[in-house]
Design a protein around this ligand. Structure first.
Ligand SMILES: Cc1cc2nc3c(=O)[nH]c(=O)nc-3n(C[C@H](O)[C@H](O)[C@H](O)COP(=O)(O)OP(=O)(O)OC[C@H]3O[C@@H](n4cnc5c(N)ncnc54)[C@H](O)[C@@H]3O)c2cc1C
Length: 286
C-alpha cells in the first residue's frame, strides 16, 4: 500500500518545529529515522497531513557528556552512531549493547535513539535500557521545556509522556559505574524481543550494593522487578541469590500470550535470562 498524501517540512530550529506541530488541522507528526513511522504510513495505520522532519535541526545530532558526567543524546542521533560512540561504549555500555539487538544494520543506521523511545514498542530494547539507566527526557512544547523521569515517561503501548504538539529534544543518562548485562530471546536475530532483560549491579567489596532489573516484552511498558533487585542486594550474587531472583521473576512477572509466545513460556524464559544476565553483570562489576 501507499501512504495517504501528506506535506513535508524540514524546519531549522526547535521553535520552528513546534510552530508546525501546533497546526492541529493537518495532524502533523514528527519524523526522525522513519523506521517505524514510514511503515505505519504505508500500512495507513497513521495518516498525518504533515511530516515534520527534525533531522536537519542544528544541534539535535549531538552526543555530549556534561560537567556532571551525564550523557546527552540529541533527537537526531542515529542508533548506530550512538552505539559506536566512544563515550557511550565506555560509560554506558548497556545502551550500546541494547542497540546491538535492534533490527539490522540498515535499521540502526537510520533509526534514532529518541525515535525508538517515543515510539515505545513494549518489545523494544531502548525503553528498557532507558529505565534501567534512570534516563531523563527533555521535552519541548508550546509552553516551554520540561524534563520527565523514565518511570513517568512510558505510559502504555505506543504511548509516552510526549504530547502530539511536543518534541523530545534529548535523552539524558546520568553517570553510572556498575556491572551490566542485556540478554534477549527473539525468534530470529534482529526481531523484536520475545522477552529481554537489562541488569545493572553495583558492587562494594564482595556484595551487591544496588541492583536494577528491567524487562522488555513483559508488559505494556518496561517492567522493573523490585523483588528480584531486593533478592540480589547484599548478596554475593551466588546460587542462592540467583535462585531467589529467578523465583521472583517466575512469581511476579505477568506477561501476556500472543502469536509469538505464551505467557508461561515468556515467564520461564525471563527467569532463565535473568540468571544469565545477573551472572554476567556480577562478573563485569569486579
Ligand atoms: C525491519 C525493522 C526491524 C526493526 N527491529 C527492531 C527491533 O528489533 N527493536 C527495536 O527496538 N526496534 C526495531 N525497529 C524499529 C526501529 O528501532 C525504529 O528506528 C525506531 O523504533 C523508531 O525510530 P525512528 O527514528 O526511525 O523514528 P520514526 O519512525 O521517525 O518515528 C517513530 C515515532 O516516534 C515519533 N518521534 C520520533 N522522534 C521524535 C521526537 N524526537 N519527538 C517526538 N516524537 C518523535 C514519530 O512521530 C513517530 O510517531 C525495527 C524497524 C524495522 C523497519
Amino acid at each position: 500500500m501507499k501512504p495517504t498524501p501528506f506535506d513535508y517540512s524540514a524546519p531549522h530550529s526547535v521553535t520552528e518545529a513546534l510552530v508546525l506541530l501546533a497546526d492541529e488541522d493537518r495532524e502533523p507528526k514528527v519524523v526522525a529515522g522513519g523506521q517505524s513511522l514510514i511503515p505505519m504510513l504505508n500500512m495507513r495505520l497513521a495518516r498525518p497531513g504533515l511530516l515534520v522532519d527534525i533531522t536537519r535541526i542544528p544541534g539535535l545530532d549531538r552526543i555530549s557528556v556534561d560537567a556532571q558526567g551525564a550523557l546527552h543524546i540529541g533527537a537526531a542521533v542515529r542508533q548506530a552512531r550512538a552505539a559506536a560512540d566512544p563515550a557511550v561504549r565506555d560509560g554506558w555500555p548497556l545502551l550500546a549493547a541494547a542497540i546491538g539487538y535492534i533490527g539490522h544494520p540498515q535499521i540502526r543506521a537510520r533509526g534514532t535513539v529518541c525515535g525508538s523511545l517515543v515510539h515505545h514498542d513494549p518489545a523494544a530494547e531502548l525503553p528498557t535500557a532507558a529505565l534501567a539507566l534512570d534516563a531523563r527526557f527533555v521535552i519541548a512544547g508550546p509552553s516551554g521545556t520540561r524534563t520527565v523521569a523514565a518511570e513517568d515517561f512510558f505510559v502504555a503501548t505506543f504511548q509516552t509522556a510526549v504530547e502530539p504538539d511536543e518534541l523530545l529534544t534529548e535523552v539524558v543518562l546520568p553517570p553510572r559505574r556498575s556491572g551490566w548485562a542485556f540478554e534477549e530471546l527473539a525468534r530470529r536475530h534482529g526481531d523484536f524481543a520475545t522477552i529481554g532483560v537489562a541488569v545493572l549491579l553495583e558492587r562494594t567489596d564482595h556484595a551487591v550494593a544496588a541492583a536494577r532489573v528491567v524487562f522488555c516484552g513483559a508488559g505494556s511498558v518496561p517492567v522493573r522487578l523490585p523483588a528480584a533487585e531486593q533478592a540480589l542486594t547484599g548478596t554475593d550474587a551466588g546460587p542462592a541469590a540467583l535462585d531467589a531472583a529467578r523465583s521472583a521473576a517466575l512469581d511476579r512477572l505477568a506477561p501476556s500470550d500472543d502469536v509469538h509466545a505464551t505467557a508461561r513460556y515468556r515467564r520461564e524464559a525471563a527467569a532463565h535470562l535473568l540468571v544469565r544476565a545477573c551472572t554476567t553483570a556480577w562478573e563485569r562489576a569486579r
